[in-house]
Design a binder for this molecule. Structure first.
Ligand SMILES: [Zn+2]
Length: 260
């Protein structure tokens, strides 16, 4: 990851030590690879921002010290590698099988790196002051996530459970899409945060209590398994519809049958 180092010491947002900080990307530059044009600009899409404008080199902010930056970078490169392979449905590291017309089954995911990679992106979306991401406000969960990312402890699969979908337009997958969404709610007023990077929709249920285990079949599992449904970009015409579909009983039952 390319980044610059500031001369003056500031407080690192992850370890809270006073150190020179890097110009960290909110979403790592590796995820923009496909969407830079020849002037090295990219066009972010958001359901919240009406006016689209080109940005240079992704969004950067002085957030992290060098040590924390390289820690996050390690998780991100694993995540990026997996997203590329999920996009292609071919891999030397993962086992990927299309088990249904609209669903792939992925095995051998490095659970800790994949999960930490995603949670670290969500955390950065919350701590950044960039207006493009202003809807990502984790409130009390911001510091809880900071602690989780700072410590090396295991994150149980039902804590901050993660769901992944592959976004398509008709039958085509586009790795060159980055998209932000306002938060959504599901049953019991739980909040889900979503973003699309590399054309892949990530949904995180933000809870540090164990989510009910009836969602086990649709989340990233500690054993490295994950079922990924295809969804259509047309579903985003109604912002609540993706959340509804992901937690829809029919979809859950279908997954449950496949995993049993
Ligand atoms: Zn640090």
């Amino acid at each position: 990851m390319t980044s610059y180092l500031r001369e003056e010491n500031m407080t690192c947002r992850l370890c809270l030590e006073t150190r020179p900080l890097c110009g960290s990307h909110i979403i790592s530059e590796c995820f923009y690879e496909k969407i830079y044009d020849d002037k090295h600009r990219f066009l972010p899409i958001s359901t919240e921002v009406e006016r689209l404008k080109f940005q240079q080199k992704g969004f950067r902010e002085d957030l992290l010290c060098r040590a924390c930056e390289s820690r996050l970078s390690e998780w991100e490169s694993t995540l990026k590698r997996d997203f590329v392979d999920i996009g292609k449905e071919q891999s030397n590291f993962l086992t990927i099988n299309r088990v249904h017309e609209e669903i792939i089954k992925v095995q051998n995911i490095n659970y800790d790196y994949f999960k930490r990679g995603i949670l670290s992106i969500l955390w950065r979306l919350s701590i950044t002051s960039h207006p493009f991401y202003s809807k990502y406000q984790l409130g009390p969960y911001e510091d809880k996530l900071r602690m989780i990312l700072k410590e090396d402890g295991h994150i149980p699969e039902l804590h901050y459970p993660i769901m992944i979908s592959k976004c398509k337009l008709d039958q085509q997958f586009f790795p060159d899409i980055i998209m932000g969404f306002p938060p959504g709610k599901i049953a019991k007023s739980r909040t889900v945060y979503r973003f699309i990077i590399w054309g892949i929709l990530v949904t995180v249920l933000v809870t540090d209590h164990a989510a009910s285990n009836d969602i086990e079949s649709i989340i990233l599992r500690e054993n490295g398994e994950l079922f990924i449904p295809d969804i259509q970009y047309t579903m985003f015409a109604h912002p609540q519809s993706v959340i509804k579909r992901i937690f829809d009983d029919d979809v859950r039952d279908m997954f449950a049958k496949m995993t049993s």
